[in-house]
Design a binder for this molecule. Structure first.
Ligand SMILES: [Cu+2]
Length: 280
């Protein structure tokens, strides 16, 4: 039995449709909040008020940049077509035009002021930390993070990349756990070299510097897992010290605190003590 061309064509089309559906399905299976997606073009889905505003500011700037680029391109093309040597053999001798000079000075100033206002507003929102409900200290070390919860009986534990867990290169053994819709103050410092604490979905990125205590904050508006990475070249395993934040409900957080107090009671400061001893 032979198949007609049309039939084969239809079957190929069907296969292609299934392929596309699978590919899209595959991508959307990865499309969880709080982590990068394959072929991602945009920023990670926001999960904090600061990140909402960063996204807004990004889009706002994109429109301004886009408009200016199109406007300048149109001007260039217009000049090239209308005023080249062939179509305009006798050029005008005009050198000054007061109106246009005032316009091309005032308009860019107005654009810059228009950008500066929301830019400063965003900067203040990021750096002016509201009254915190919880403080977590993240200490960057070669090459893992140590989290300390000074408000909750001084819980302290190390967070190392987990080789056997998903998502690859982002999952850790002990996650940083925080309650949802609460202002979390993050304090960062470095125990050896400069690291940087960054979680894209929360819109935070701050250096962790030895001998210094830096501060930032976030308010996670969704529960779930959110991932980041050390964002300051800190040595050979810089790429392998991910940040994993689990955002949970208040009740879950309370029970995690109870669990963590027991679990990290003895082991907590072990690695830190060793690192400190090694430096002296
Ligand atoms: Cu690092």
């Amino acid at each position: 039995m032979t198949m007609s061309r049309g039939k084969i064509g239809r079957q190929l089309l069907g296969l292609a449709a299934i392929g596309i559906a699978l590919a899209v399905g595959g991508v959307s299976a990865f499309a969880e909040a709080g982590q990068p997606k394959p072929w991602e073009m945009t920023m990670q889905t926001s999960a904090s008020p600061v990140m909402d505003n960063i996204e807004w500011f990004h889009t706002f700037l994109l429109w301004i940049i886009g408009t200016i680029t199109v406007f300048v391109t149109v001007l260039l093309v217009w000049v090239m077509v209308k005023f080249n040597a062939k179509s305009n053999p006798v050029p005008s001798r005009t050198t000054h035009n007061t109106l246009i000079e005032v316009v091309w000075t005032i308009v860019p100033v107005m654009i810059l002021v228009g950008i500066a206002i929301p830019s400063f507003r965003l900067l203040f929102e990021q750096t002016d930390i509201p009254k915190a409900d919880l403080t977590v200290k993240a200490t960057g070390k070669q090459w893992y993070w140590t989290y300390t919860y000074p408000d909750n009986g001084k819980i302290e534990f190390d967070s190392l990349m987990a080789q056997d867990k998903k998502p690859r290169l982002l999952a850790v053994d002990n996650e940083m756990v925080v309650p949802v819709n609460k202002v979390i103050r993050v304090q960062t410092t470095g125990a050896d070299v400069i690291h940087a604490f960054a979680v894209p979905a929360f819109g935070i990125k701050i250096d962790a510097i030895p001998g210094r205590l830096n501060e930032t904050w976030f308010k996670a508006t969704k529960t779930g897992m959110f991932y980041g990475q050390c964002s300051e070249l800190c040595g050979k395993d810089h790429a392998f010290m991910p940040i994993a934040v689990r955002v949970v409900s208040d009740q879950e957080f309370a029970s995690w605190v109870e669990m963590a107090k027991k679990k990290f009671a003895s082991s907590g400061t072990g690695a830190y003590a060793v690192a400190q001893a090694g430096q002296q």
